[in-house]
Design a protein around this ligand. Structure first.
Ligand SMILES: NC(=O)c1ccc[n+]([C@@H]2O[C@H](COP(=O)([O-])OP(=O)(O)OC[C@H]3O[C@@H](n4cnc5c(N)ncnc54)[C@H](OP(=O)(O)O)[C@@H]3O)[C@@H](O)[C@H]2O)c1
Length: 335
């Protein structure tokens, strides 16, 4: 199968419009709405490797060409590298992105007090790049700062920016990217767009939260796309709130309205949510954060869902104030 494809800005990297993120399967715990029903009863490393490999196999058959990992997603890079080796996947047949900035600290425990720690320094970049390369080698196409913020100073740290550009020039990766989270992402994106070293732009891509509850970055992302950056949309299901599995107190009428709209169009809530994101021309690739093959199949089928005016109006009408959206996200448990 093939899916519609795009080139990620000026990077030359080819991606399918649907990508697969490995945050939900590289470690036993993740921010979610209750994944006990989705994951194997025993979340051993081998059981989660098997789930990761199953998702990657299905993604490949479906025509997905972008896979997203991070140093902090537990063993995601290691699982991906093992799968690439076992399936003998040629480096140019998939575009692979990873991230540095957070280190995984939970030691495979579900109830760890802290699951990841952040450090956006040049020294940490160099340590984590060596770790990512040890796993992914020449498969590493895109290396992204994980959740860059304006106040961290990383987007104006001349020594770090120089190191990011040097990594690209030396061929450690083909493109440098930035990922953004939170209600202050627009300011961070401005800084990322302005970042240059010797007149060379530092960042080729931006990955940011974009969904119908939190579309506040639409304008900045469209401008970034016009300026030549590749745009990757993440959290398109609002961490599961835009799926039929959402039982969050306070979201009852949201889910009722979405269920009715989806039912009238013979599709599912997650398919409407994904179709909304993909209907924005500035989105090059939208990430599926699937934990199961059934979820991935539903997300793949969403590429055939055309958004009619009624559905678009409904989805545009459920936008939440950004502060409220991010406060709700911060309350979601890790389990
Ligand atoms: N800062 C960053 O750079 C950053 C941050 C977040 C994510 N990401 C990337 O973006 C990817 C996607 O983000 P995300 O997983 O956090 O958020 P998401 O895609 O909005 O949510 C994914 C979750 O929604 C639920 N879900 C999805 N489809 C479903 C369906 N059809 N039925 C029922 N439940 C469904 C599953 O949770 P349950 O298992 O609970 O059902 C799944 O784990 C990640 O894998 C990662 O690659 C990057």
């Amino acid at each position: 199968m093939t899916l519609p494809e795009r080139t990620l800005g000026g990077s030359g990297l080819v991606v399918s419009r649907l990508g697969l993120g490995l945050a939900a399967v590289g470690r036993p715990a993740y921010i979610n709405l209750g994944r006990a029903r989705d994951l194997p009863a025993m979340r051993t490393p081998e059981a989660l490797y098997r789930r990761t490999a199953e998702l990657l196999d299905r993604a490949r058959v479906a025509g997905i060409r972008y896979v997203d990992a991070a140093r902090s997603y537990g063993r995601a890079e290691e699982f991906l590298a093992r799968w690439l080796g076992e399936r003998r996947v040629p480096p140019d047949s998939l575009t692979i992105g990873s991230k540095w900035g957070y280190r995984y600290t939970a030691n495979w425990a579900l109830d760890a007090p802290v699951h990841e720690e952040k450090e956006l320094s040049r020294a940490h970049f160099q340590t984590q790049l060596a770790e990512s390369r040890a796993h992914l080698g020449s498969h590493l196409d895109l290396y992204q700062i994980h959740s860059a913020t304006a106040e961290s100073g990383c987007l104006e740290d001349a020594s770090l920016l120089r190191a990011l550009v040097a990594g690209r020039r030396e061929g450690a990766y083909r493109a440098a990217g930035v990922t953004l989270s939170g209600s202050a992402s627009a300011r961070a994106l401005e800084l990322a767009l302005a970042a240059q070293v010797d007149g060379e732009r530092v960042f080729d891509t931006v990955q940011a939260t974009f969904n119908c509850l939190e579309p506040s970055l639409a304008g900045p992302l469209a401008r970034a796309h016009d300026a030549g950056l590749g745009v990757i949309a993440k959290e398109v299901f609002a961490n599961g709130r835009l799926t039929d599995a959402n039982r969050l107190p306070g979201d009852e009428s949201l889910v009722r309205g979405l269920r009715a709209a989806a039912g009238a169009r013979s599709c599912s809530i997650d398919q409407l949510a994904l179709a909304f994101v993909l209907s924005h021309p500035f989105v090059d690739v939208a990430l599926s954060g699937a934990a199961t093959s059934a979820q991935l199949a539903s997300h793949t089928a969403a590429l055939d869902v055309a958004l009619d005016d009624g559905a678009r109006a409904l989805l545009e009408g459920i936008t939440e104030p950004a502060e409220r959206y991010w406060a709700t996200r911060a309350r979601l448990p890790w389990s």
